[in-house]
Design a protein around this ligand. Structure first.
Ligand code: BG6
Length: 416
């Protein structure tokens, strides 16, 4: 793999601490991070080189909530050699001169570049203008790629504005708009499950499905992310992106091949056919939310939402879809439940048992895997039904699979 520079704007952000730095560690441990990578962290803080190394080490060892395995000292030592720090702020044009001089000094090692924007979109224009002014967005000596995260705007117009801004400085091929859910093994496994096992797909339609539920609840609050979250809310934080991707994976038609274009076009078809029902949505806010730092004491921001929608196509005509998400709820669970119709002629329906449908559950997290709820006969002389669960769980799989964090895949895919 070629050498390159990964320039992370916002190295002290929540995203960098929780996801990016641990993912880079994992890639280093697996040996998939090129030896000649320069990882350049940028933030407003003032760090000496030693303080910066201490910060990265702390993120890996102390704040480590990501790793499911111990961290190896020798990997950290080796990784630290590849980390560098340049102080911002991003709206200061002299900062870009310092960045440019660093990159120029490194020569060919830094001709290929990924700019990762782990910052607020209102800083994008400073970054892009200055990169252009210093010819740092040009691909004359190597490739230049841009990774950006949500929020891409807060409504249609602002989303278009951000996209227009991006396209003013970069070509579409250079831009990677990320949704880390797309990099989750469990989401990708939905496609494998549906299109590699012949026995389920014939049931995934209005004749067999009663309704679909897509849930993403968390038992924790917004933490220190008040400044970001209060502007966004649950629907825009996880609904319009992660949960719609979940829905698309669970309901899209089979792609003609597993290429980016083929899969994307099928996903888009679902999204374009969603029926918006503005009256079928409710919002909520957890108690104590307004007392969090950087949250407006009178905030109306949603920390919970639930909505109903339909897909306007023949396959899912009139199948209700319920999507809900929220913070500080009873349980952390992200899943898609396909709830099947109860057979009209179910033999034992008269028994005092209630209406127990079959349910196919894609468990995105935790206990990543797939569950199928079935009905069985309770052993005994009486004929009684009882629900049972057939399941596949990645973590208790006989092979004891380690599930990589989606950010590893996102970064690797961008490099590739
Ligand atoms: C992020 C949201 O995109 O996704 C967070 O900003 C949310 O608020 C997170 O907690 C959930 O992701 P995961 O991978 O932990 O399910």
């Amino acid at each position: 793999m070629d050498s390159f520079a990964l320039i992370i704007f916002g190295i002290t952000s929540n995203l960098a601490e929780i996801k990016l730095i641990p993912a880079l560690y994992d890639m280093a441990e697996k040996g998939v991070l090129p030896k000649k990578i320069s990882i350049i962290g940028i933030s407003r803080r003032s760090f000496t080189p030693a303080e910066f190394k201490e910060y990265i080490t702390k993120v890996l060892y102390i704040k480590n909530i990501h790793h499911q395995h111990p961290i190896k000292e020798e990997v950290v030592e080796d990784l630290l050699k590849r980390f560098h720090y340049i102080q911002g702020p991003l709206d200061d044009s002299t900062f870009y001169l310092r960045l440019k001089s660093f990159l120029d000094k490194k020569g060919a090692e830094c001709h290929n570049r990924i700019y990762y924007l782990a910052t607020y979109p209102d800083l994008y224009h400073y970054v892009f203008e200055n990169l252009q002014k210093n010819k740092m967005n040009l691909q004359t000596k190597g490739w230049v790629r841009l990774m950006i995260e949500k929020p891409i705007g807060h409504d249609l117009q602002s989303a278009k504005d951000i996209n227009n801004l991006l396209l003013k400085y970069f070509t579409e091929e250079q831009i990677y708009r990320l949704d880390h859910y797309l990099g989750k093994e469990t989401l990708q496994n939905i496609l494998t499950f549906r299109f590699s096992n012949g026995i389920f797909e014939p049931l995934i339609n209005k004749d067999y499905i009663d309704h679909i539920q897509i849930t993403a609840t968390e038992d924790f609050g917004i933490g220190k992310r008040g400044g970001y979250y209060d502007l966004v809310g649950a629907l825009k934080d996880v609904g319009q992106n992660h949960q719609l991707q979940m829905l698309a994976f669970a309901t899209m038609d089979a792609p003609s091949e597993f290429s980016n274009e083929a899969v994307t076009s099928k996903r888009i078809k679902i999204l374009k056919n969603l029926i918006a029902l503005p009256k079928k949505i409710v919002f909520g806010q957890y108690e104590g939310y307004r007392k969090k730092d950087n949250v407006d004491p009178k905030s109306q921001t949603d920390t919970f939402y639930a909505l109903k929608t339909f897909i306007n196509n023949e396959r899912f005509k009139d199948v209700p879809i319920y999507i809900r998400a929220g913070k500080k709820l009873a349980q952390t669970v992200t899943e898609i439940a396909i709830v099947f119709k109860t057979p009209v002629n179910r033999l034992l329906k008269h028994m005092n048992f209630g209406d127990q449908p079959n349910v196919l559950i894609y468990r995105i997290a935790p206990n990543e895997g797939i569950v199928l709820k079935i009905l069985t006969k309770k052993p005994g002389s009486e004929t009684m039904l009882e629900p049972e669960y057939m399941q596949f769980c990645y973590r208790v799989h006989p092979h004891g699979h380690y599930i990589p964090d989606p950010y590893e895949r996102l970064i690797l895919d961008t490099i590739k």
